[in-house]
Design a protein around this ligand. Structure first.
Ligand code: 6PG
Length: 231
């Protein structure tokens, strides 16, 4: 696990966009699962102008809210507006979670799509971090944290009063790279608990993310890193 600290959220987003462009440069096919949230969104806006061969990139989502793709809460809509509408990515390369249909059906459908389109695993999974320790739509104390077989599940997230579809830790941990993008003072305490505290994955689901054959990288701004121990 590496932790890279950047002075500002914009510097973090720039570094993440540059790293994404570099990672895709030599890959004949590059599969990435995108995160929702404001911190990843900054990166997406910069990616729109990055030197990426989008014909090689296949875009998936790490999670989705169970709303129509036109809804303001939709991660797909956010990503489309920030990035996909601005790059020449083939429509067949965009693999949307269908938040507008029955959640369990959408999760099962997405699982099939992953298993039929992924080359075994993700090349990259981007993740944000909630101040409660959630990542993707893996929330504290959720039964889905214990899922050991499925790659995609649907869950009612009471803390946000909505159904969500999410990749499971099993799916995320297949990745060749997992990058957390974390910014803001409000994340400093939870980041300290995740990095320095005891392993409590049911309270801190982000602690479940540890790709055994992949890179785990935290890109954080100075505010979020303000309570980390200096090494
Ligand atoms: C979502 C995201 C969620 C998000 C974190 C961080 O659908 O909301 O997947 O996990 O990444 O809540 O969001 P911020 O970066 O906006 O704090």
């Amino acid at each position: 696990m590496t932790i890279d600290v950047f002075d500002t959220p914009d510097a973090l987003a720039m570094a993440a966009a540059d790293a994404f462009a570099a990672a895709t440069a030599t890959a004949p096919r590059f599969s990435v699962a995108l995160a929702g949230g404001s911190t990843p969104k900054r990166m997406y806006a910069l990616l729109a102008d990055a030197p990426v061969n989008w014909s090689r990139v296949h875009v998936y989502w790490g999670d989705e809210r169970c709303v129509p793709p036109t809804d303001s809460a939709s991660n797909y809509r956010m990503t489309r507006e920030a990035l996909l509408d601005h790059v020449p990515i083939p429509s067949d390369n965009v693999h949307r979670m269908r938040g507008e249909i029955d959640p369990a059906t959408a999760a099962a459908e997405y699982e099939q799509r992953l298993r039929s389109t992924l080359d075994v695993r993700f090349d990259l999974v981007l993740l944000g971090l909630g101040s409660d320790g959630h990542t993707a739509s893996l929330f504290p104390h959720a039964a889905t944290l214990q899922e050991s077989d499925r790659w995609v599940v649907a869950d009612y997230a009471a803390v946000v009063s909505m159904w969500r579809i999410t990749l499971t830790p099993v799916a995320i941990n297949t990745a060749a790279r997992v990058w957390f993008l974390v910014a803001g003072e409000e994340k400093a305490d939870v980041l300290r608990r995740i990095v320095h505290g005891p392993r409590l994955p049911h309270e801190l689901p982000a602690q479940l993310i540890a790709p055994p054959a992949g890179e785990l990288r935290w890109l954080v701004d100075a505010a979020a890193a303000s309570r980390l121990e200096r090494t």
